[in-house]
Every structure is written in C-alpha cells, then in structure tokens.
Design a protein around this ligand. Sequence first.
Ligand SMILES: Nc1ncnc2c1ncn2[C@@H]1O[C@H](COP(=O)(O)OP(=O)(O)OP(=O)(O)O)[C@@H](O)[C@H]1O
Length: 227
Amino acid sequence: MANLELKNVSKVYGAGVSQLTALNKVNFSAHEGETVLIVGPSGSGKTTFLTIAGGLQTPSTGEVLINGSGYSSTNKNEQSALRLNKIGFVLQAYNLVPFLTVAEQFELVDKVKQNNMSTERFEDVLDTLGIKDLLAKYPKELSGGQRQRVAIARALYADPEYILADEPTAALDTNRSLEVMSLFNQLAHKYQKAVIVVTHDQRLEEKADKVYQIIDGEMSLLKDQTE
Ligand SMILES: Nc1ncnc2c1ncn2[C@@H]1O[C@H](COP(=O)(O)OP(=O)(O)OP(=O)(O)O)[C@@H](O)[C@H]1O
C-alpha cells in the first residue's frame, strides 16, 4: 500500500541566537485513498513540512519514508526520479512557464515524463477545474485563480501517487474551492492517490479524511475518518 510517513522529523533553520525550530519531532502519515489537510496559522511550519515531505528540503533530524523506503537515504538522482514519478506539486508560485500556452504546459510534462493521465480522464479534470476554454491562452492572459487551476491540472496530469498542494484554493471563491476539494477527494477515493493539502481554508476541513494541525512546529492529529 502506498504511503508517505514522517518519523520524528525536526527542521532547524539558522544557528546561534537566530536559530529557529520550524518543525519539532513531527510524526505524520498519509496513505493512498486519503485526502489529508494540514492547517495552522501563518509561520507555523506548514510550507516547511510540505517541502520536506516532498523531498525538496532535507530534515535536520528524523526520517521521511515513501512506500516504506527512506527518502533521505537515497542519492540525489534517485530522489529526483522519485519526485518526478511519484509526487505532483501544486506550489503557491504556480510555476507556469510564461512563454507557453496552457496546452503547451501539459505537453511539456509529456517531454519529461511518460505514463501521464489518459486523455479521457484529463478531459474530466479540465472540465471539473473549468479550464477547457483556456488551452490556447498564455499565463499572463489568465487571472490568479485560473493560473492556480492550470497549475493544479498540470500536477494531476502527470498522474502521481502523491499530490502535495500548498494553499491550492487561496485565489478561489467558495464554490471553486469546494469543487477543487471534491476533485482531490475523487482522485484520492476513485484513483487511490494520497492528496496532502496545506491550507488556511477552514471550509475544506469537513471534506477531508484526515486533518493535522501545526502550531509552532508541533503537529497533532485533529480528525481521522479513515479508521
Ligand atoms: N529558509 C528559511 N530560513 C530561515 N527561516 C525560515 C526559512 N523558511 C521558513 N523559515 C521560518 O520557519 C517558520 C515556519 O515557516 P513556514 O514557511 O514553514 O510556515 P507556514 O506555516 O507555511 O507559513 P505561511 O502560512 O505564512 O506560509 C517561520 O518562522 C519562518 O520564518
């Protein structure tokens, strides 16, 4: 069974008087078929958590396990392959390529990775996100919310086992936010993905299978409907 675990993970930034413990002995698990929210106030450690879970940063101490294997024990090339093949990121900065149209953003994924989503399923995703009519447009022609939805679609298109999203509904109105969360639930429940979402958006909590809270780098489980 696919699962991502953090065991006793701490992250300390800086040294001496400017030293800051952003994560303190965090334990976490997400399994395929689950949507997991990480909530917490600004500066509590959510982005640090997500980047460590996705292998973009290494923990100071503790271990990240993907499908039972230690992430930190693999070398750089293996880590890149793991990220490319298993993890889809939806980051706050969208990271769309400015000189490519929306359709070309997806074609770019085909160039770096095989076994992407089937056309039929992808049409479904485009429909749910309401971006079918935007395929010929460039990022600068889109609103913040539209860019966010294209970034979500691009992460999903690569068909990863794990989807890690940082504030994916920040630029969206309530209806769109709930639709995006329903899409995440559908991906988790129907296609057995593990979807991990960092958010301030309390509207999403009731729709998630599990909710963790981070306060001052300390993580606790608030809700678990998976048992
Ligand atoms: N690269 C870094 N170097 C030093 N301190 C950092 C670094 N990244 C984050 N921090 C500090 O670590 C703490 C946690 O930051 P983090 O970005 O993980 O919080 P967050 O919960 O995602 O915040 P927000 O909701 O505002 O995005 C903050 O005090 C932040 O200032």
